[in-house]
Design a protein around this ligand. Structure first.
Ligand SMILES: Cc1ncc(C[n+]2csc(CCOP(=O)(O)OP(=O)(O)O)c2C)c(N)n1
Length: 338
């Protein structure tokens, strides 16, 4: 092994991650990407009314979820949190049941728009459509955990555009005052639909805002999965020690359009799209694993086959599931008595 390879290899081991850990992390990045691609195909084929992508965000999401206790801790997702929800426990089938609006969709029984993930069993709070509202929800959960001394940590995610909402600022202020055990994640892809970052905020980064509330703020390159893991684990340990929240900004590429309802070529140049693709975490993480000899052509093929099988089986299973009964349409909307 070359000296370079030894140095590179030391990176995940120094962080306390085994070879098995990083291969499993890569598996989730690849699974989330394949699921995402399948959802787009199904939408274009007329099987789903809408799709919104996590493509480009998977690396930081898998890394951030990795230190969390999957049974004990809470996650409050947003619509791009495909990879994070998979690591927390949801399956590709669970997510496709939501895409197809089936009765057995664990997020909402087929009532929410696709991309509104949630799962009671895995302590994933249901996604609300108004961006920003998830932040006060998450801080409320974390506050309750602190009062009840449960030892739970909550993680919440949002895009940088969502940080223009008042809810976001109120949540940060409250979380810092009350030292809530919460990881405040912002996945900064520099676009809010078609609105660029510079039209959303006058500060140099989202993370610098943390100082205004009295908590640490950090920015990590979302294409560097190991760095994302390092900063999140540090924040997680702080929260566990009772030292309060951390604002974590991941700089991520948005590889596709905002959703199936827009066309990014209308507001992004060809050069920008080329630059963005170079930051794809699937490629950067794969390159790392190849450099350290953990992924070879053979093991990569096995992994790709495993992912493909899982996505095919999940698509069939979700497609066969029954639709909700029409007479249940207003359930959970109006009070129905005890
Ligand atoms: C309060 C509110 N305003 C507007 C919308 C419409 N909307 C949905 S997603 C979105 C863009 C959010 O961008 P950002 O927070 O940067 O996240 P990204 O999609 O880039 O990951 C907007 C404006 C909404 N859902 N809620």
């Amino acid at each position: 092994m070359s000296a370079e390879a030894k140095t590179v290899q030391a990176r995940h081991r120094v962080l306390g991650l085994s070879d098995q850990d990083v291969l499993e992390m890569y598996y989730y990045v690849a699974l989330a990407r394949a699921l995402d691609e399948r959802m787009w195909v199904l939408q274009r084929a007329g099987k789903a009314m809408f799709v919104i992508s996590g493509a480009g965000h998977e690396g930081c999401q898998v890394a951030a979820m990795w230190p969390m206790d999957k049974k004990l801790d809470w996650f409050v997702p947003y619509y791009r949190s495909v990879a994070a929800c998979l690591v927390k426990g949801m399956t590709a089938t669970d997510m496709l049941l939501g895409l197809f609006a089936r009765a057995t969709d664990p997020s909402s029984g087929g009532r929410q728009m696709p991309g509104h993930y949630g799962h009671p069993r895995f302590k994933i709070l249901s996604t609300s459509s108004p961006v920003g509202t998830q932040y006060p929800h998450a801080v409320g959960i974390a506050y309750a955990s602190r009062l009840r001394r449960t030892g739970e940590v909550t993680m919440v995610s949002i895009g940088e555009g969502g940080t223009s909402q008042g809810d976001w600022h109120e949540a940060l202020n409250f979380a810092a005052i009350h030292k809530c055990p919460v990881l405040l994640i912002v996945e900064n892809n520099e676009l809010a639909i078609s609105v660029p970052l510079r039209k959303q905020m006058a500060v140099s980064s989202v993370a610098v805002r943390a100082a205004g509330y009295g908590m640490p703020g950090v920015t990590a390159d979302g294409s560097d999965v190991l760095e994302c893991f390092r900063v999140t684990r540090e924040a997680y340990d702080r929260a566990k020690r009772g030292e309060g929240p951390t604002l974590i900004e991941f700089a991520v590429p948005r590889l596709g359009s905002h959703s199936s309802d827009d066309q990014q070529e209308r507001y992004r140049s060809r050069e920008e799209l080329e630059q963005v693709r170079k930051r794809d975490p699937l490629l950067t993480f794969r390159a790392y694993l190849e450099r350290v000899g953990l992924l070879t052509q053979g093991t990569l093929q096995d992994m790709t086959d495993r992912v493909r099988r899982e996505i095919d089986l999940s698509t069939d299973e979700a497609d066969r599931a029954p639709l909700p009964q029409p007479d249940t349409a207003t359930r959970h909307v109006f009070y129905e008595g005890e």
